[in-house]
Design a protein around this ligand. Structure first.
Ligand code: AMP
Length: 212
């Protein structure tokens, strides 16, 4: 199972990626989480990425392709993975195709939500200050470690606007890159998380007759 979850910030990729990956026993690889961990650890990557992330822009392709290639080359990704937040540019998508050119398909599911709902969702979103877990709406303490929930640094209204513009400019063109493939699907993200998860499972099952 090689799955790419695609869609704008706030569409629910992280929540769905986590559920799907757990159900299938494959790792969820979130490039945003990898970068946030690096920022928290104060590594060289974290120091470079912090200002870019705080401004809502994209970290450069070479850095991101290097991170993902290394991560997906690890043993636990051997039987598959769910990618969340990568690729975000056509160059990243090409690199992913180059790494996995063995004939096993990469399923790409685009989750769609009307744009006006995204700003609302992002500004209401809370993550754990301690472990970075993203809390579903209504939850008040981290279910993983009991930590305090806080807004994400890049979820302020101004940065959200920038991130949505960056998405429209640099990431949305990827739909054209993937649209004609037999392994591309679209799922309506403007539903309950359970309903989106059910549609996602059905979309994946419909690729390759459910043999993936
Ligand atoms: P996310 O958690 O996926 O919304 O990512 C948070 C931030 O990390 C983004 O706004 C970017 O600054 C950076 N980032 C995450 N993934 C990528 C990527 N594939 N390419 C470039 N920048 C990324």
């Amino acid at each position: 199972m090689r799955l790419v979850l695609f869609g704008p910030p706030g569409v629910g990729k992280g929540t769905q990626a986590e559920r799907f990956a757990r159900a299938r026993g494959v790792p969820r690889v979130s490039t945003g989480d990898i970068l946030r961990d690096a920022v928290q650890a104060g590594s060289e990557l974290g120091r470079r990425a912090k200002a870019i992330m705080d401004a809502g822009r994209l970290v450069d392709d070479d850095t991101m392709i290097g991170i993902v290639t290394e991560r997906l080359g690890r043993k636990d990704a051997g039987s598959g993975f769910v990618l969340d937040g990568f690729p975000r540019t056509v160059a990243q998508a090409r690199a992913l195709d180059d790494v996995f050119d063995d004939g096993r398909p990469i399923v790409v599911v685009s989750i769609e939500v009307p744009e006006e709902r995204l700003v609302e969702r992002l500004t209401l979103r809370r993550i754990c200050a301690n472990c970075g877990w993203t809390a579903p709406p209504g939850v008040t303490v981290c279910e993983r470690c009991g930590g305090t929930l806080v807004p994400r640094r890049d979820d302020s209204v101004e940065v959200v606007r920038e991130r949505l513009q960056v998405y429209a400019r640099q990431t949305e063109p990827l739909v054209e890159y993937y649209r004609m493939r037999p392994t591309f699907r679209v799922v309506d993200g403007d539903q309950t998380p359970e309903a989106v998860a059910a549609d996602l499972a059905a979309a994946v099952a419909s690729v390759g007759g459910g043999r993936l």
